[in-house]
Design a protein around this ligand. Structure first.
Ligand code: FAD
Length: 375
């Protein structure tokens, strides 16, 4: 088998990259380890930027819209209305639609193909693949490899990228508390339990997901269980996986003898360090990598993504050292002007949010800097 580009991993970032490259006329094969195209259900919240990037693709994945956030800490509460709603989507449906789009652009999707290793072969690269159906081996010749195989990427290891740090993310499906609006997401900051936050995101008029990002798998699940008990919520089912922690930009391209290897999505660590959201940033990385493959050089898209991920990392560094007193003060400082800035901009525009927040509430800047430098 041979093609121009072999994409390893048939999930969100890989399928979108394949679609972009196939649409531009390249012969693309996607190698996906799973035997059936039946990704595990996962409720995700994304900004409206997803639709801007995907156009019509992913429309049927929409479960719900969020118009307001409610923030809680230490008995205090703040409400932030969103001018542009956030979208609650079902990942498995999104992946089905991306697969259909990639196939319509001429991409061949090969299921039950687990990538094992890469070997240079003259001007090309040879991918060694295990077939799950009969445990047979296969060789796929490509000019370019795109590693879209998630946080624990085997492509990245095989091509010499260092392993990235990951954290566990656990979510439980619950019935919504009585009287809770299905268009409001709740966020709790409890720094003695997590440097991140707990969330409750409604995915229908009666159900939602409660989640937590932790440091260590079993402890994260136990912390979430205790939180659910305190909130009097019964877990109906759990969703969990490890996600990368972004701490610095890693070049997404490596030359391997005559061929090239790129990384996209979680494999490249393109996850916002503030919220550990990786869908929109994964798609933006895919746009940047497709541009680099098609033009033969890196364009602006990857540079813009790098700046944004770095900014999210700076904010995360500040938040990571927040104590309860910091969060309580932050809630008090969320005056009307500052709240308007949060309402008007999405999480995908952290530069705008920070700049305007600091302009309207300079104490926030001082406050953020103090936390950043651990004063
Ligand atoms: C519970 C949970 C909730 C989340 N919530 C949000 C959210 O609300 N908003 C948001 O933006 N992000 C969220 N995220 C993060 C988001 O889901 C990920 O960033 C995103 O799905 C990553 O997509 P990806 O295509 O890069 O990788 P993945 O979805 O991890 O896909 C990797 C693919 O590669 C395949 N693969 C792996 N190894 C091989 C191999 N050797 N050979 C062939 N194929 C292989 C896998 O089978 C898989 O299909 C959440 C994550 C979790 C775990």
């Amino acid at each position: 088998m041979s093609s121009d580009v072999g994409v390893v991993g048939g999930s969100a970032a890989g399928l979108f990259t394949a679609h972009l490259l196939g649409r531009a006329g390249l012969r693309v094969q996607v190698l996906e380890a799973a035997e059936d195209f039946d990704p595990r259900p996962r409720t995700l919240i994304v900004t409206g930027q997803m639709n801007e990037i995907l156009g019509g693709v992913g429309k049927n994945a929409l479960l719900n819209e969020i118009h307001q956030f409610e923030l809680f800490t230490d008995g205090r509460a703040a409400r932030i209305a969103l001018r542009q709603p956030d979208l609650v989507i079902e990942r498995s449906e999104l992946i089905h639609e991306l697969a259909a789009a990639a196939q319509a652009s001429g991409t061949e999707i090969l299921l039950g193909r687990r990538f094992v290793s890469i070997e240079p072969r003259g001007q090309a690269l040879s991918l060694h693949v295990e077939r799950s159906q009969d445990a047979g081996a296969e060789e796929v010749r490509v000019g370019t490899v795109v590693g879209a195989d998630g946080a624990l990427s085997r492509v990245a290891r095989a091509a010499g990228w260092p392993a990235q740090a990951t954290v566990p993310l656990v979510q439980a499906i619950v019935r919504l508390p009585q009287g809770m609006s299905p268009h409001t997401t709740r966020v709790w900051f409890i720094p003695e339990e997590t440097p991140y936050f707990y969330w409750l995101i409604p995915n229908s008029s009666s159900r939602g997901v409660v989640g937590l990002i932790g440091q260590e798998g079993p402890a994260t699940r136990q912390a979430l269980e205790r939180f659910l008990e305190r909130q009097r919520l019964d877990p109906l089912e759990y969703q969990a996986a490890r996600i990368p922690v972004y701490s610095k930009w890693i070049p997404v391209r490596r030359r391997l003898a005559g061929g090239e290897v790129y990384l996209v999505g979680d494999a490249a660590g393109h996850v916002k360090a503030t919220t550990v959201g990786g869908i929109v940033t994964g798609f933006r990385g895919a746009l940047g990598v497709a541009e680099a493959i098609l033009k033969g050089r890196q364009g602006r898209k990857l540079g813009d993504l790098r700046r944004e991920l770095n900014l999210h990392w700076l904010i995360r560094r500040a938040l990571h050292s927040f104590t309860q007193a910091h969060y309580s003060r932050l809630m008090d400082l969320l005056n009307a002007r500052a709240r308007k800035d949060l309402e008007a901009h999405t999480r995908d525009e952290p530069g705008q949010v920070l700049w305007r927040l600091c302009l309207h509430q300079p104490r926030l800047l001082l406050f953020g800097l103090r936390a950043f430098f651990h004063w």
